[in-house]
Design a binder for this molecule. Structure first.
Ligand code: SF4
Length: 312
């Protein structure tokens, strides 16, 4: 643990935590790409349901949503918190966050998920360390956009129980256009290989149906880009394994700035989604989940609300 703290305090002076390598100090006023300073940056802690069956379990997961992001996806479904940092922190300090998590875990939920943690890894590690010190036995889920640095992920070995990364693009032109990350494919592939080195393809599910160890890779199909999705699946099968668990998502809707982009201002069609599902089968992926084509209507979080995922 001391080693982790030492490495991360260096990162806070000249941040190279993620592939952006800003080399800026993480303090108020620094123009960091991810908008993060040195604060904890937790936007909300809440129970989240409706995720993949082993993430959702029977009671949902306790998710910790960080503000800011190291990608700028124009269709971001969490855009209220990914592109805005509230002036005032909602939680006083790490102890307050830990207390909120513990209160949720008392309901019997055994998993804590960290959403968009890449640029807040030191803060995430502090939360985990404090929880463990206080006797917490929950599992920890690292739910990132896949744009992670291999060297940083290596420092998380043994600390994270389940990796839940996105794998968004095989096409770097798309990655540049929609997420401002022209090196996304190589970076995300490197990150996935490191996660695989740590966990392999085995996904261990506990007696209550919750993931206890392993990797689940998420891929969101975006409208008009079936080929990108097919190439993502092909690359994972060829370079990592077709035994990985894949969550193939149809829940795209034109969130954030996507309404202004022709082609992205619609949901995906059934024909598009079925073409990707067909390729997933052809490549021999047998582990994972798909969604109903109408799922786009169910995932519209509102981070202005105390319970962002509660449907009215
Ligand atoms: S975590 Fe943020 S400040 Fe650090 S390198 Fe990445 S984008 Fe830059």
């Amino acid at each position: 643990m001391t080693m982790l703290s030492g490495d991360f305090s260096l990162s806070m002076q000249s941040c190279m935590l993620c592939p952006r390598n800003c080399r800026l100090p993480r303090r108020a006023g620094s123009q960091t790409y991810c908008l993060a300073g040195e604060q904890t940056g937790v936007a909300t802690v809440c129970i989240h349901t409706g995720e993949e069956p082993p993430v959702n379990g029977s009671k949902g997961i306790c998710n910790v949503f960080f503000s800011g992001c190291n990608l700028s996806c124009i269709y971001c479904q969490n855009h209220q918190i990914s592109r805005n940092i509230p002036r005032k922190e909602k939680y006083k300090d790490t102890a307050h966050i830990v207390y909120t998590i513990e209160t949720i875990l008392e309901t019997g939920i055994p998993l804590v998920g960290f959403v968009s943690p890449t640029h807040r890894i030191p803060q995430m590690v502090s939360i985990i360390q404090m929880l463990k010190k206080r006797g917490c036995t929950a599992g920890f889920v690292y739910n990132s956009n896949g744009y992670d640095k291999t060297e940083t992920l290596r420092l998380l070995e043994g600390l994270i129980d389940v990796y839940l990364p996105d794998f968004k693009y095989a096409d770097n032109i798309l990655a540049q256009k929609y997420s401002d990350a022209p090196d996304y494919f190589k970076t995300a592939m490197g990150a996935l290989k490191e996660m695989y080195r740590q966990k392999s393809h085995t996904l261990i599910i506990d007696k209550d149906g919750y993931a206890a160890y392993g990797i689940i890779v998420r891929h969101l199909v975006i409208p008009g880009h079936v080929e990108n999705s097919i190439n993502v699946l092909r690359a994972i099968a060829a370079e990592v394994s077709n035994r990985l668990h894949i969550s193939l998502m149809s829940q795209y809707y034109p969130a954030g700035l996507a309404e202004n982009y022709s082609g992205l201002n619609r949901n995906i069609s059934e024909v598009e989604y079925n073409a990707v599902k067909k390729e997933m089968d052809a490549l021999g992926f047998q582990n994972g989940w798909t969604q109903n084509i109408d799922s786009a209507g169910f995932y519209h979080p509102d981070f202005e609300m105390p319970q962002p995922f509660k449907r009215i």
